[in-house]
Design a protein around this ligand. Structure first.
Ligand code: MG
Length: 394
């Protein structure tokens, strides 16, 4: 029975994939060769490695938009990553794409995020300006390629090319050349595989719609303000006609918004695939434009929502006040660790000293940035209180 289960295990699902999907057979492989697993596909293994990583567990205490301690009901990077994966798996199933790969990409896509959401990343980027800056997509790749230490034979998680390709959804100009085959598409203006394209848009769908939900819950947004946003208003008006309780009204509105956008994503992408008929993942990669995406009307409605959130939620006075505090904390920690690497735990201090020997001050700065980026919100606050100001009000 065991061997039958192995033969008929989930690997068998790859036979149902569309010809343009990523598959183990067409994979560009891992950086360090490994024998195949008897009953898990390469992408299932990638997903499992990500799930068991320390960086993944730390996402639980990293902010999405709202500072982690503000309430237990808001999204964190962990729940966000799970929601992205759920949306993407559904779409992958409809389009014949590799749902194991797309899940692996989605679960890993935010591993390089700093504590305190985007303001944490901006603060760390500012600190790192003299040494090449800090960018969370590159850092996510760095986490899976180098920083996770679990395997005796290689650094990082040794993920498949396709998973790494999806994790690196953006790359600052000038850095692509350092990334070998992974950076090529940014230089050649080509596309990643369809699973990577899907993970990218599922991320946007998840955060735009869930930020509405969290923003309403936090009282930073009101339904009246959102009345000017077509996607919200249409569903809000329809749900309100049934006179549900207020909380149900808002939840059901957001649920329908997500459903509308995801349905359009499936239908529009299916149309594009049917007319382009790419014969393989390599044909997908050779194209100048993505094949997974929203139709123009839904894309415009979704963009309107995104712009609204940019204006009203991410620049809300309460969010901005927290951002200023975040910049103070991140900058002070950076300065402190640069002045004395031994203020960091021994393994990070050792990296700082070793890398400084090879790369000068830039090496020390990178070790400090890695350490700060790996912190959770509450760990960073505790470090600040211990090393800089015990009186910090948070
Ligand atoms: Mg994300």
């Amino acid at each position: 029975m065991a061997s039958l289960a192995a033969e008929k295990g989930c690997k068998g699902k790859e036979g149902l994939l569309a010809p343009y999907a990523a598959s183990e057979a067409s994979s560009r492989g891992r950086r360090h060769a490994e024998p195949p697993h008897p009953y898990r596909s390469a992408f299932q293994r990638d997903r499992d490695r990500i799930l068991h990583s320390s960086a993944f567990r730390r996402l639980l205490y990293k902010t999405q938009v709202f500072i982690n301690h503000e309430g237990d009901l808001y999204r964190t990077r962990l729940t966000h990553s799970l929601e992205v994966a759920q949306i993407a798996r559904t779409v992958a199933g409809c389009l014949g794409l590799n749902s194991d790969l797309v899940e692996a990409i989605c679960l890993a896509h935010d591993l390089g995020h700093t504590p305190f959401g985007h303001s944490g990343q901006d603060a760390l980027d500012r600190c790192m300006r003299p040494w090449g800056g800090f960018e969370h997509n590159l850092q996510s790749l760095r986490v899976v390629d180098e920083l996770e230490e679990r395997y005796p034979a290689f650094p990082g998680l040794n993920l498949s090319f396709e998973t790494r390709e999806g994790i690196l959804k953006r790359c600052p100009p000038g850095r692509a050349g350092e990334l070998g085959d992974l950076g090529e598409r940014f230089l050649m203006r080509r596309q990643p595989g369809l699973e990577a394209q899907l993970a990218n848009i599922a991320d946007e769908i998840a955060y735009n719609n869930h930020d509405v939900d969290d923003g309403l819950r936090a009282g930073l947004l009101t339904a009246d303000e959102l009345a000017g946003v077509g996607l919200f208003q249409r569903h809000f008006a329809a749900v309100r006609r049934g006179r549900p309780r207020r909380q149900v009204l808002l939840r059901e509105t957001v649920r329908r918004m997500i459903n509308e956008v995801v349905t359009d994503l499936v239908e529009n992408s299916r149309c594009k695939l049917q007319s382009a008929v790419p014969a393989s993942i390599e044909e997908v990669r050779a194209r100048a434009r993505p094949l997974i995406g929203l139709g123009s009307e839904t894309a415009a409605a979704h963009r309107e929502l995104k712009l609204f959130l940019g204006r009203r939620l991410y620049r809300h006075e309460r969010v901005l006040a927290m951002n200023r505090q975040v910049h103070r904390v991140v900058e002070a920690l950076f300065v402190r660790f640069m002045a004395d690497v031994h203020a960091m735990p021994a393994e990070h201090a050792a990296r700082g000293i070793e890398w400084e020997r090879g790369q000068g001050e830039a090496g020390r700065a990178r070790a400090v940035a890695d350490y700060i980026a790996g912190m959770t919100d509450r760990y960073a606050v505790a470090a600040y209180r211990r090393l800089v100001d015990p009186q910090l009000k948070w």
